[in-house]
Design a protein around this ligand. Structure first.
Ligand code: TMP
Length: 236
C-alpha cells in the first residue's frame, strides 16, 4: 500500500490518501505540543513508539469485540486505517482525579473517584476544545442519541479492557482520551490513537508518571518514560 496525496497534518500525525478510497495511511511524528499548541517540542522516538503502542492496544481491543479503524501496521511509524468521518468530540474517561479535573474541582492529583467519570469536549482548537454535555451534542447535531449511547458504552468497555491489561504491566490507567468515527456503513468505530500522548499512565507501585505529563510539566525523562511503556507492553 502506497501513500498518495497528503490530506492533513495535525500536531502529532500526518494523514495520506491511498489507492483504496476506504483506507488512509497515518504517519506518526515526533513533534509534541501541549496547552493547545502553546508549548512545542519534539520527543525523540515518539512517533515510532506511539504507532507501536496504539496498534498493539487497538488489536487488543478488537480481540475484545471493540471495532477500531486499525487495518495494518506498514512500518515503525506508519499504519493503514479505515477511513472514518470523525465525530467532533474528545471523549475523556477518568478513573483517578488528575490534570484538568483535579484543577477544576480542587482535588489533589491521585484522588480516587468513587465511579468512572466520562467527559466530552468539542474538538475545536480555536475554541480550546471546550467541555460540552449530552444536551450540547444533541443541540449541535454532533452525534445522535443512539450514537452517543454506543460511544459511552464502548468507552466504558475500553476502560475495563485497557485497565485490566495495563495493570498486568504494572501500569495504572489514570485517565485517557478517545475519538470515534463513522465508517463507510455509518457504524461507530474507535479511531485516532491510544498512547502516552493521550493517556495518563502511572507506575502502579511508585506512581511515577509514564506519559506526556513529563513533557507538559517539564519533569524530564520524557523519552525514557515512553520507551518504558513500550517495553512493558510489547517487550521491545
Ligand atoms: P486533562 O486532564 O488535561 O483534561 O486530560 C485528560 C486526558 O485526556 C489525559 O489523559 C490527556 C488526554 N488529552 C488528550 O489526549 N488531548 C487533549 O487535547 C487533552 C486536553 C487531553
Amino acid at each position: 500500500m502506497e501513500k498518495l496525496e497528503q490530506l492533513y497534518e495535525g500536531k502529532a500525525k500526518k494523514v495520506f490518501k491511498t489507492s483504496d478510497p476506504n483506507v488512509y495511511i497515518v504517519d506518526y511524528k515526533d513533534d509534541a505540543t501541549a496547552g493547545n499548541g502553546a508549548k512545542k517540542g519534539t520527543i525523540a522516538g515518539k512517533g515510532t513508539i506511539n504507532n507501536r503502542i496504539t496498534n498493539h492496544l487497538m488489536q487488543l481491543l478488537e480481540k475484545h469485540g471493540i471495532p477500531t479503524h486499525f487495518v495494518k501496521e506498514l512500518s515503525v511509524c506508519e499504519t493503514a486505517v479505515r477511513v472514518v468521518k470523525i465525530v467532533p468530540l474528545e471523549v475523556i474517561v477518568r478513573n483517578i482525579a488528575a490534570g484538568s479535573l483535579a484543577a477544576r474541582l480542587g482535588l489533589p492529583e491521585g484522588t480516587k473517584l468513587n465511579s468512572t467519570v466520562l467527559e466530552y469536549c468539542y474538538k475545536d482548537d480555536a475554541l480550546g476544545d471546550p467541555m460540552v454535555n449530552e444536551y450540547h451534542i444533541a443541540a449541535m447535531g454532533w452525534a445522535t442519541e443512539a450514537e452517543l449511547k454506543t460511544i459511552a458504552e464502548m468507552s466504558f468497555k475500553i476502560n475495563k479492557v485497557l485497565g485490566d491489561y495495563l495493570k498486568d504491566a504494572g501500569i495504572e490507567l489514570i485517565d485517557f482520551k478517545l475519538e470515534f468515527g463513522r465508517d463507510a456503513k455509518n457504524k461507530i468505530i474507535l479511531a485516532d490513537e491510544i498512547s502516552p500522548d493521550t493517556c495518563r499512565f502511572w507506575d502502579i507501585k511508585t506512581k511515577e508518571k509514564l506519559d506526556k505529563d513529563r513533557f507538559r510539566r517539564d519533569l524530564g525523562g520524557v523519552e525514557d518514560a515512553y520507551r518504558e511503556v513500550l517495553k512493558r507492553l510489547l517487550g521491545e
